[in-house]
Design a protein around this ligand. Structure first.
Ligand SMILES: [Zn+2]
Length: 270
């Protein structure tokens, strides 16, 4: 009896190790694979996307994407440092690029902080504040490790407990196929990629609102941006941003519910 009990406690303890909590939201998430494994693959994949795309440099839009990205990155790093958790972001290698593609109304962030905006989203962003809304949301996906969570879920679904037990017994762990990394990034449909779940989108909305505010961008711009996005989609939603998202009304209501906290961060940043 006693042995069985202690064995199951050991198993439970090991299993709990495979979960992490999402910063600023206290949600527990499955994490079967470490960022040590995911980030290098993500970085390779990002280089590949850069090679295959036309990266815009030297325009005002390209500079804005880099400026806003860097500003939010620094604000988030400052926030984690203030919480005594600077090491949480140690392995992130942030990069912010604008890709020439007017027909793709999208942006994404791969695990570890590799961001891409398509030129198609810039008219809806309209200005620097609009870019900050999207940037905050994308950075939030990376900080909350949504890619890793989805890779873990897919892995658990595909291989079940055998994969988990390999990891628990100290095996080298699974090799993650490239397409799973790309799906983990929630990248564009033009690449044949799945979008994030509603739960992840809502979480990215909330954290994104806080992050833009910490960087000194007025979070009250966020509902306005999503209004423009909804009008633009005219019922036919671009995947990352609308189809898996909460309904437009729910999203606006959620943003408003999170606004007082976001405004606190905004005032502190001023
Ligand atoms: Zn998203």
């Amino acid at each position: 009896m006693k042995k069985i009990a202690s064995l199951s406690i050991t198993f439970l303890a090991l299993f709990l190790v495979q979960c992490s909590s999402v910063p600023m939201s206290d949600r527990s998430q499955l994490s079967l694979i470490s960022n040590d494994k995911i980030f290098p693959m993500s970085y390779d994949q990002y280089e590949q996307v850069k090679k295959e795309s036309k990266i815009i440099t030297g325009t005002e839009d390209a500079r804005t994407v880099k400026r806003v990205g860097t500003r939010i990155q620094r604000a988030v790093e400052q926030y984690f440092a203030d919480q005594g958790q600077a090491n949480y972001l140690e392995d992130y290698r942030w990069e912010f690029n604008l890709i020439d593609n007017d027909s793709t109304v999208n942006a994404w962030c791969m695990p570890g902080g590799k961001v891409a905006f398509y030129t198609g989203i810039m008219p809806i962003c309209k200005d620097e504040l609009g870019v900050a809304v999207v940037m905050g949301h994308e950075i939030a996906h990376a900080i909350a490790n949504h890619g890793r969570e989805r890779i873990s879920q897919q892995y658990a679904a595909q291989f079940g407990l055998s994969a988990v037990s390999i990891l628990l017994t100290g095996g080298s762990g699974p090799t993650v196929p490239t397409e799973i990394i790309m799906q983990g990034a929630g990248a564009a449909t033009s690449l044949g990629i799945l979008a994030f779940s509603r739960k992840h989108e809502s979480e990215a909305d909330k954290l994104g609102l806080y992050f833009m505010a910490m960087a000194g961008y007025n979070p009250q711009e966020a509902p306005k941006f999503w209004e423009r996005m909804a009008e633009n989609s005219g019922g036919e939603a671009p995947p990352e941003f609308v189809s898996t998202h909460p309904s437009h009304d729910t999203r606006i209501a959620d943003l408003k519910a999170n606004m007082p906290k976001a405004m606190e961060y905004y005032r502190k940043s001023q």
